[in-house]
Design a protein around this ligand. Structure first.
Ligand SMILES: Cc1ncc(C[n+]2csc(CCOP(=O)(O)OP(=O)(O)O)c2C)c(N)n1
Length: 663
């Protein structure tokens, strides 16, 4: 049992590492680590199940610092408990280029960082996916292999962000009782007291969403321990409102926004050293305190080796499947399953919407890949995300594979990231492409983290018809394509849809968005090709009858229009080729030679996409012809809208001919 004095000195080690690192970096946030050091010390020395020697141990408890600006809290903990890559040198290089101690915690930079945080609210919203992932994996593999908690430290900012409500409501609904959130209730944000902009009763708010919630003194180790113990035995998720003081120990800046986002300065730090009776120079930890921290860091080793013993003794098939899923590798027959399915499609030649093609592909995928977890933000019937294998996950049955996320696009995308980061699962979820705007902050973080989250975005153009411009995406393809490391697919038919899904599942370090139509489309890939042509990003779908006078590039539903324009142009004696472009990002990765050959040098280059031009000049040049949208859509039938906006085979052929004649 740690004495109060020992606890205080251990907590102070966090405080001094944090304030000294921020001071040396001359930037950062010392206030949160100083205020929350007691919570972190109790959690990491008395409750958290972890082993710094095995940071990826599947059954570890997860700790998520949702208030990512307090990154030095996490870095201090990782250093003190003995994570090998978090050296004192890393702490000394806080926020410096190339160090693991980035401004905000970044997934993949150092072990022990479970998710990237900084955009407030994201960590809290991810945690719902982590906690749900734990329950799903527990249902599949049992208590012996999967039985852990998800702890979150969130600030006022996390709770003010709208995504927090989506996350809280979902967690309460799903009764994720192994999710435990500490709220750093310090009454301060950047502009000053929280009362400038908020007076929500947070405890009542969480309770209203089905959580346990109560106030404690966040500086009293016993109160913290008692609250955690109670939370661990609850049948609901728990929020512990911890009253703290930002910058605790700084003589004049404590309790004020001056302790938030900048170094404290030499005088304040000297004052804090006096206050805490800490006379060591920066970055030095008293040997007995470092020992105590390292001992705490070793405490989880036994739980880990016990767990390894249970895994070794588990049924061989169960063990192999558990290990395969955690490795992120797909079942070995996956490629063959997709190849057989593609063969069948080229024979059947279905004329269906790509949202339906996506469902058909998912029916095959979900049959072959048991770790997929589907879902939709209340548009299941429209997004076609549910298949025969995916029944509803409920608070009574986590052993299923479909999440009704509710009308919570942002919360869904963040939870998908959490499910993905948890490990052992491949999560996808759907909404309308137009509402990717509501999910975009989490989609961007999936790209930054380099994880396999999959977003299914249907109703991908004016082709959705009568819902009108509020629902018709126009700039969304361009906006999503602008995110680095994000594969944005717009398949043209059922074969491309299957190929795009295959790539999405195989891309372990890149999230994917599939943009899918509401309207039916013919099969354009009528001949079976074993190779995944979509993986090249763009490929020649129809060759010209002679030396090409025109090349038409198109995606998704507009490939049919491009093929129609090609027919007209060929009839008029203009050899025309069509290039399908299911994914810009993958095309960018091809060799110069392949890209040059695919773009070709036809005198007239044209792109057709029912969206804005942005991004297309790389194919058609600034003097190329773009057939698409120049502004918002309109409410009407699909039959009216395409001609209204001039996106037809006739209009495209006419524009190409006009250009040929001016040459
Ligand atoms: C989405 C988002 N908006 C704004 C910011 C900038 N920001 C960083 S911390 C912060 C204030 C957070 O206040 P609080 O959570 O109370 O943290 P404390 O000051 O108590 O450490 C703001 C506005 C951000 N990181 N993320």
């Amino acid at each position: 049992m740690t004495s109060r004095e020992q606890h205080d000195r251990m907590a102070n080690a966090i405080r001094f590492l944090s304030m000294d690192a921020v001071e040396k970096a001359n930037s950062g946030h010392p206030g949160l680590p100083m205020g929350c050091a007691d919570i972190a010390t109790v959690l990491f020395t008395r409750f958290l199940k972890y082993d710094p020697k095995a940071p990826h141990w599947a059954d570890r408890d997860r700790f998520i610092l949702s208030a990512g600006h307090g990154s030095m809290l996490l870095y201090s903990l990782l250093h003190l408990t003995g994570y090998e890559d978090m050296t004192i040198d890393q702490i000394k290089h806080f926020r410096q280029l190339g160090s693991k101690t980035a401004g905000h915690p970044e997934y993949g930079h150092a072990t022990g960082i479970e998710t990237t945080t900084g955009p407030l609210g994201q960590g809290l919203a991810n945690s719902v996916g982590f906690a749900l992932g734990e329950r799903i994996m527990n249902a599949a593999f049992g208590n012996d292999l999967v039985d852990h908690y998800t702890y979150v430290l969130a600030g006022d900012g996390c709770l003010m962000e709208g995504v927090s409500q989506e996350a809280i409501a979902l967690a309460g609904h799903l009764k994720l009782n192994k999710l435990i959130v500490f709220w750093d209730n310090n009454n301060i944000s950047i502009d000053g007291p929280v009362s400038l902009s908020d007076n929500t009763d947070q405890v009542a708010r969480f309770q209203a969403s089905g959580w346990n919630a109560s106030h404690i003194d966040g500086t009293d180790p016993e109160a913290i321990a008692y609250a955690i113990e109670a939370a661990r035995h609850s049948d609901k998720p728990t929020m512990i409102a911890c009253k703290t003081t930002i910058g605790f120990g700084a003589p004049t800046k404590a309790g004020t926004n001056k302790a938030h986002g900048s170094p404290l300065g030499a005088d304040e730090i000297a004052g804090a050293r006096k206050f805490f009776n800490w006379d060591l120079p920066p970055f030095e930890i008293p040997a007995d305190i470092l020992d105590a921290w390292r001992t705490a860091g070793k405490a989880g080793a036994k739980a880990r080796t016990d767990w390894e013993g249970r895994l070794a003794k588990a049924d061989a098939k169960l063990k192999a499947e558990f290990e395969r899923r955690l490795s992120g590798k797909l079942p070995s027959n996956f490629d063959a399953v997709i190849s057989d399915y593609k063969k069948k499609l080229s024979v059947d030649k279905p004329k269906v919407a790509t949202r339906k093609s996506s469902e058909m592909a998912l029916e095959v995928i979900n049959g072959a890949v048991p770790e997929t977890i589907g879902g939709s933000a209340d548009l299941t019937g429209s997004n076609n995300t549910k298949t025969s294998q995916t029944k509803n996950i409920t608070s009574d049955d986590y052993g299923q594979r479909y999440v009704h996320y509710g009308i919570r696009e942002h919360g869904m995308a963040a939870a998908i990231n959490g499910l993905t980061l948890h490990g052992g699962l491949i999560a996808y979820g759907g909404t309308f492409l137009c509402f990717s705007d509501y999910a975009r902050p989490s989609m961007r973080l999936a790209s930054l983290m380099g994880i396999r989250s999959i977003f299914v975005m249907t109703h991908d153009s004016i082709g959705l018809g009568e819902d009108g411009p509020t629902h018709q995406p126009v700039e969304h393809m361009a906006a999503l394509r602008a995110i680095p490391n994000h594969n944005v697919f717009r398949p043209a038919d059922a074969v491309e849809a299957a190929e795009c899904w295959q790539i999405a599942l195989e891309s372990e370090k890149t999230p994917s968005t599939l943009a899918l139509t509401r309207q039916n489309l013919p099969t354009v890939r009528t001949e079976f090709v074993a190779e995944n042509l979509s993986s090249q990003g763009a490929y020649e779908l129809a060759a010209a009858s002679g030396e090409a006078a025109v090349t038409i590039f198109a995606t998704g539903s507009e490939v049919e229009i491009a093929l129609g324009a090609r027919d007209l142009l060929e009839k008029h004696g203009h050899p025309t080729r069509v290039v399908s472009v299911p994914c810009f990002e993958l095309f960018d990765k091809q060799s110069d030679g392949y890209r040059k050959k695919t773009i070709g040098n036809a005198p007239v280059k044209m792109a057709i996409e029912a969206g804005i031009r942005q991004g297309w000049d790389q194919f058609i040049g600034s003097d190329g012809i773009f057939v698409g949208m120049t502004g918002f859509g309109a409410s009407g039938t699909i039959e009216q809208l395409y001609p209204h906006f001039g996106i037809t085979a006739e209009a495209a052929a006419k524009a190409a001919e006009a250009r040929l004649h001016t040459r």
